[in-house]
Design a protein around this ligand. Structure first.
Ligand SMILES: Nc1ncnc2c1ncn2[C@@H]1O[C@H](COP(=O)(O)OP(=O)(O)O)[C@@H](O)[C@H]1O
Ligand SMILES: [Mg+2]
Length: 258
């Protein structure tokens, strides 16, 4: 198992209001080579789930394991306890994260954006990293743009650089949080195409998306979240073709005319 999240609870403290529970007892397991899509309305907790999986948010309780090793678990007092610093560094090396906003370094060239973390953080030999980075850029159909700056690229090209940058760290699993939501429809396709290509190569991925035909075609499993719960989960043909929950049907109806 690449990732295991068991019984995750997460709430935010709201000033002058009661706590807002955003994740109620969520469990998510991802096997090597699986593509899991997460769909659901705005505010249902999709981003928070990815942010908990990638340690950008701390869970209140539950268990997080990567590669069958425990990164966080519920302690005797019922509160989550995380592994010590050195282990957390190792856990962070297991995943890559691609956001809706591409978050490239604006003052670095495309190539430098891709090479930076492998050289600076992983301390890998520059020449080898450069070769691998160029190979990744070729794969993203961006090798001719290696010396450009992010502002000289389209949004779709920038997002493909962000994907190359995540892949350069050789993660075991890639998380995408609405990777095409900031893009025009004609640029969305080129980004979905590279994610689809990664799926064919058996890259393990968790993708939060509103692109339903893409989720249906590319995922091994689809999770529908609403109000901090997993309402429905299963084979894409089942979730899209024959959803069992009223809430899922209602949500999917909004996409039928799209
Ligand atoms: N840092 C935060 N502080 C307080 N509330 C938050 C924070 N992040 C998210 N929330 C709330 O958690 C809920 C789920 O948000 P989110 O995970 O972003 O949903 P989604 O990605 O499905 O749209 C929302 O009600 C949101 O307002
Ligand atoms: Mg979100």
């Amino acid at each position: 198992m690449i990732l295991e999240m068991n019984n995750i609870k997460k709430s935010f403290i709201k000033k002058s209001l009661e706590n807002l529970t955003v994740l109620h007892d969520i469990s998510l397991q991802v096997d090597a080579g699986e593509v899991v899509s997460i769909i659901g309305p705005s505010g249902s907790g999709k981003s928070t789930l990815l942010r908990c999986a990638t340690f950008l948010e701390q869970i209140d309780s539950g268990e997080i394991k990567y590669m069958n090793q425990t990164a966080a678990e519920t302690g005797a007092d019922g509160k989550a306890v995380y592994a010590e610093h050195a282990s957390m560094r190792k856990f962070k090396s297991y995943f890559g994260l691609v956001f809706q906003q591409f978050n490239l370094f604006p003052h670095y060239s495309v190539l430098k954006n891709v090479m930076d973390a492998p050289v600076r953080v992983q301390k890998r030999p520059r020449e080898q990293v450069r070769e691998e980075a160029m190979e990744l850029l070729r794969k993203m159909d961006l090798d001719a743009r290696a010396d450009y700056y992010p502002c000289q690229l389209s949004g779709g090209q920038q997002q493909r650089v962000a994907i190359a940058r995540a892949l350069a760290l050789k993660p075991e699993i890639l998380f995408f949080d609405e990777p095409t939501s900031a893009l025009d429809p004609e640029l969305t396709g080129e980004v979905l195409k590279v994610i689809r290509q990664l799926a064919e190569e058996k890259m393990t991925m968790v993708v939060v998306t509103h692109e339903m035909p893409f989720a249906r075609a590319v995922s091994n499993r689809v999770i529908f979240m609403d109000g901090g719960y997993i309402v429905e989960e299963g084979d894409p043909e089942m979730v899209f073709g024959a959803p069992t929950q009223e809430r899922t049907k209602q949500f999917l109806r909004n996409y039928q005319n799209a």
